[in-house]
Design a protein. Sequence first.
Length: 83
Amino acid sequence: MVRTPLTSEERERGERLGRLLREARGGRSMTDVAAHAGISAETLRKIETGRAPTPAFFTVAALADALGLSMDQLVVRCAPLAA
């Protein structure tokens, strides 16, 4: 299966998500948050750095739960920037 290249908007949204997750993680270790969300630390690292800009919905939901964020907060803060 061939993946369609990501648009610049999708890449930017992934970078915003990564920044938001890093900020929310604060002083907690990446390993601790990843374990609580049921994902690998490497997966979290890729999401936080924007190397995985379109993580699965259930991964984002698990991370939001682990970090005490609501999905509403994520949607608002990761929405495309107004032109």
